[in-house]
Design a protein around this ligand. Structure first.
Ligand code: 2AM
Ligand code: CA
Length: 270
């Protein structure tokens, strides 16, 4: 997996330096030749080494042959950054073992080719950054934390995240939104961020990063603290220590309690 992720990452960097024509797969959903070429490469490599495995990739979808093993492939996470020349993007690969009763994530790899950072995790064996064991942070107070979130680009995905962004910004050291969910999760795993949340992510965005966070000692759930599911559209990750406080914030904000009002720009102008 790491060899495949590195090879795909190197391909992305080649495209990145050329500058690319932006195309649209929906109203505001970008895709570039690099997304497609990276997925083609990854699928070729997987097909060669693991011919019976199923692959779900962002650009080509899933052809389900009912194999026990399924890969989740984001050939380029952070496409909007990539297309604008902002160097925050990665390749995300995860493998799940499926049975009639359950699906277990067994391995995850996220590779950031611009920083040459390779995040890896295997179920029950911890998480690593470039081969060195990583762990989540030890920050136990929201007011001392640095968090991260994201705003998926597609217009169809209307969600209230701007309110969560505002409220949680006021209660922490700040909230970053760098544009790659897979890297955000890895940054929780290695303690750069103390938590991350996002609405409406897809399985290929989260499958690898979630395992990496869990193997680094962190926690991932729905916004109400419920068991995380790949297709649940709610991702809340933390170092574990902050999880209860974050779930509580989400409850309060969803209920509209204790909200600091957004300042009115017209007032400010006056
Ligand atoms: P992508 O670059 O692979 O599309 C940014 O907030 C995060 O949301 C990125 O991980 C991005 O992944 C993802 N994203 C962008 N558009 C999305 C959409 N329409 N639906 C779900 N996730 C999206
Ligand atoms: Ca993508």
């Amino acid at each position: 997996m790491t060899a495949i992720a590195r090879e795909a990452g190197a391909l992305l960097v080649e495209y990145f330096h050329q500058g690319l024509k932006i195309e649209y797969k929906g109203d505001a959903d970008l895709v570039t030749a690099a997304d497609r070429a990276s997925e083609v490469l990854i699928r070729e490599r997987v097909a060669k080494q693991f011919p019976s495995h199923d692959v779900q990739g962002e650009e080509q979808g899933l052809k389900d042959r009912g194999n026990e093993y399924r890969w989740y492939v984001d050939p380029l996470d952070g496409t909007t950054n990539f297309a604008h020349g902002y160097p925050v993007f990665c390749v995300s690969l995860a493998v799940e073992r499926r049975s009639a009763a359950a699906a277990t994530r067994v391995a995850g790899v996220v590779y950031d080719p611009t920083r040459d950072e390779l995040f890896t995790a295997e179920q029950g064996k911890g998480a690593q950054l470039n081969g060195k064991r990583i762990q989540v942070s030890k920050i136990g107070q929201l007011k001392e934390s640095l968090l991260s979130t994201g705003f998926p680009s597609h217009k169809r995905h209307k969600n209230p995240n701007i309110f969560f962004y505002h409220q949680i910004t006021l209660r922490t050291h700040g909230v970053r939104r760098a544009g790659s969910a897979a890297l955000d999760l890895c940054d929780v795993a290695c303690g750069r961020f103390d938590g991350f949340w996002e609405f409406n992510l897809n399985p290929w965005d989260t499958a690898a990063g979630v395992l990496i966070v869990e193997e680094a000692g962190g926690k991932v759930s729905g916004f109400d603290g419920s068991h995380f599911q790949l297709n649940s559209r709610e991702t809340l990750a933390s170092n574990g220590l902050l999880h209860g406080a974050l779930v509580n914030e989400f409850q309060e904000i969803f209920a509209g309690r204790g909200l600091d009002p957004l300042p009115d720009p017209r007032e400010y102008r006056r």
